[in-house]
Design a protein. Structure first.
Length: 253
């Protein structure tokens, strides 16, 4: 029987590329996202290309009941989840603390912290029954070092880092691996979403850099998930060569 990975935020960026990576390696997929049309299209594409099974599971991670009901309501043959890639998240705005939009703050907290925790809790309960599983949490360099005008986004990613550590400790007794992946600058839809569709501003973030590609991060996630059962990478920070952390970049020639 093929192994199963559940991926949230699967319709773009790291989620989409990771889905393709695991499908190419024979995993069956449970793919989550809010954009049902994209989700169904991706499932059909990966099933056809890699001869695997794909189960679309559309819900908004911010909706506690939808998360719990969707995951607990999976058909029995889909409940044996081997890997969770807990990936759904976003940044909104790049404003000084006193000028920030409270709606942006609420969306980030509801998605990056509460939604993140809802999904991990629901899937971990299935893994506990089997005494087996691997939870891979998508963090950020923003959860390692606060930068100017990062305020609430950094706060949510610090929370992700703390929750990743907490899961690793609390799930030890159930033989469940937990890994935090913390990318730096990466060329996905991330900056376009952050700057609310302003593509010119979003592109300037990468001036003078060759940023990470989604495939770079997907390769690292695959490596972590394919290690022997007795080996767990707890925490990894990944940046492009010209980035040291959330603040220091080299953009020269």
């Amino acid at each position: 029987m093929a192994k199963i990975i559940l991926i949230t935020g699967a319709t773009s960026g790291f989620g989409k590329t990771t889905a393709e990576k695991f499908a190419a390696n024979g995993y069956d997929l449970i793919l989550n996202g809010r954009r049902t049309d994209r989700l169904n299209e991706l499932c059909t594409k990966l099933e056809t290309k890699y001869n695997i099974a794909c189960y679309p599971l559309p819900f908004d991670v911010r909706d506690e009941k939808a998360v719990m009901n969707s995951i607990s309501g999976l058909p029995e043959e889909w409940k044996s989840i081997d890997v969770l890639f807990n990936n759904a998240g976003l940044a909104l705005g790049r404003d000084y603390f006193d000028e920030a939009d409270l709606n942006d703050w609420n969306i980030m907290v509801d998605t990056n912290v509460k939604g993140f925790a809802y999904v991990a809790k629901a899937v971990s309960q299935l893994m506990v029954k089997r005494k087996h599983g691997h939870i891979i949490n998508m963090g950020s360099v923003a959860g390692k070092l606060v930068y100017e005008r990062g305020n609430m986004y950094c706060a949510t990613k610090y929370a992700v880092d703390a929750l990743n550590q907490a899961m690793r400790i609390d799930l030890l007794r159930h033989n469940i691996k937990v890994t935090g992946i913390h990318p730096g600058a990466a060329e996905t839809e991330f900056s376009i979403v952050r700057f609310k569709g302003d593509e010119d501003t979003a592109k300037k973030i990468y001036d003078g850099l060759e940023p990470l590609k989604p495939e770079d991060v997907a390769d690292v996630i695959w490596y972590c998930a394919s290690l022997p059962p007795h080996v767990c990478i707890n925490d990894l920070t990944i940046t492009c060569t010209r980035q040291a952390d959330g603040i220091y970049f080299y953009r020269g020639n």
